[in-house]
Unconditional design. Structure first.
Length: 393
């Protein structure tokens, strides 16, 4: 092991652009150091401009954004929320908070995102059973947009709104050229949620955004995010709210991060290309594909390893990288395999399992932070390639 000599290479650490410190200093000088303030207002406006989503609400987390979105749609006990299985738990736990049943959809092998054909099957079955489906939540996995148009076309006859979980997809595009939409900004989506957690492509250290074409939804969510206080000189409440607003200090960081968003996307895509070049031709090793319908931000470079063809398991590769002080991580464990959702229903097109299960079993996320140099990628790739020579399993 070389831990003492080699600084740790993290999976996706924060990367400041240079202007964040000045913006935070301005917030301190203004004395707006609590939630709300001019930096929050400016961050929401800048986010709207960057994404094309007209109504934006800065919040304490992406989880809070999802919770408010579902709350504003009236999700509650007895309702069903349909979601991607291959995702992070924050995509679906807010539905559980509200007492709804979550039904999971397997992955499309070609994109790793929600399989539209299985969604149609699920909505048809649930409707025939008399179930009340209140929302569909596709995840833009690892920075790749779900197929919004197909999903919206499938949901329309059922009258079910779509909430895009774009937490990992800031800077990604759905479509190409002048017709491309920013992730989560495709016309017809009811709302979209974004995350600025410390590992995301841009960060406020912690925070999120709820965005929508629906100004009334955001107006209600804004009220709820501030304890649902009524417009009175005293504290008056006719509904229960939450303490979900983003700190003005963190919004200042977000303003600086938005300035470098396009550069961060370009660098993540460059890192992916470096990995592709360095690992080209290895038997049993493939990369997460890019969907033909858009442009991924390549938030994380993700590989699949067929242990039999490659000669080592993904876990053996992960441990070898860890031994060299390099962080990597398995692909998200599918939600239908999580103990907390053991009783939830899954729609899968694969007999005897699910595509998402295979992706979890074979997938490994590689270090992808935008401060990485090509030499860092070569170092990671060298450890991976060494298995071909050592024959380790």
């Amino acid at each position: 092991m070389t831990h003492a000599k080699t600084p740790r290479l993290f999976l996706s650490p924060p990367h400041m652009g240079g202007d964040e410190e000045r913006r935070v200093a301005e917030a301190f000088l203004s004395n707006y150091i609590a939630p709300l303030g001019p930096q929050v207002d400016a961050f929401e406006a800048a986010f709207a401009e960057a994404t094309g989503l007209p109504h934006c609400l800065a919040l304490s987390s992406g989880t809070a954004a999802m919770h408010l979105a579902l709350h504003c749609l009236g999700v509650g006990p007895g309702d069903v929320v349909v979601a991607s299985s291959l995702t992070f738990i924050a995509s679906v736990s807010p539905a559980h908070f509200l007492g709804a049943e979550v039904v999971f959809i397997d992955s499309d092998r070609a994109t790793w995102n929600m399989d539209p054909d299985l969604l149609r099957e699920a909505l048809t079955a649930l409707t025939s059973e008399g179930r009340r489906v209140k929302a569909v939540i596709p995840t833009d996995l690892y920075g790749q947009c779900a197929d919004y148009q197909r999903l919206l076309d499938i949901c329309a006859p059922f009258g079910v709104p779509v909430i895009a979980d774009a937490a990992e997809a800031m800077g990604a595009r759905y479509g190409h050229g002048d017709d491309a939409s920013h992730a989560g900004a495709f016309p017809g989506l009811k709302a979209s949620i974004f995350s600025f957690n410390g590992n995301k492509i841009i960060t406020t250290s912690g925070g999120g955004m709820l965005a929508s074409e629906d100004g009334e939804l955001i107006r209600h969510a804004r009220k709820l995010s501030q304890q649902a206080r009524e417009p009175a000189p005293h504290y008056e409440h006719v509904e229960i709210g939450y303490n979900y607003r983003l700190s003005n200090i963190l919004a200042a960081i977000g303003l600086g991060q938005l300035d470098v968003l396009e550069a961060r996307v370009a660098k993540r895509r460059q890192i992916f290309r470096w990995y592709e070049q360095a690992l080209a031709g290895l038997p049993g090793l493939t990369f997460m594909p890019e969907a033909a319908y858009g442009k991924s931000n390549r938030w994380l470079t993700v590989i699949e390893i067929d242990a039999q063809s490659f000669g080592a398991t993904p876990e053996a590769v992960r441990q070898a990288l860890e031994d060299e002080n390099i962080e990597s991580r398995p692909v998200w464990k599918p939600m239908h395999q999580q103990p907390v959702f053991a009783d939830c229903r899954l729609f899968s097109g694969k007999d005897g399992g699910a595509v998402a299960e295979e992706q979890f079993a074979r997938g490994l996320c590689l270090p992808s932070g935008t401060a990485m140099a090509q030499d860092d990628v070569v170092r990671v790739a060298g450890i991976i390639k060494s298995f071909r020579h050592k024959g380790r399993a």
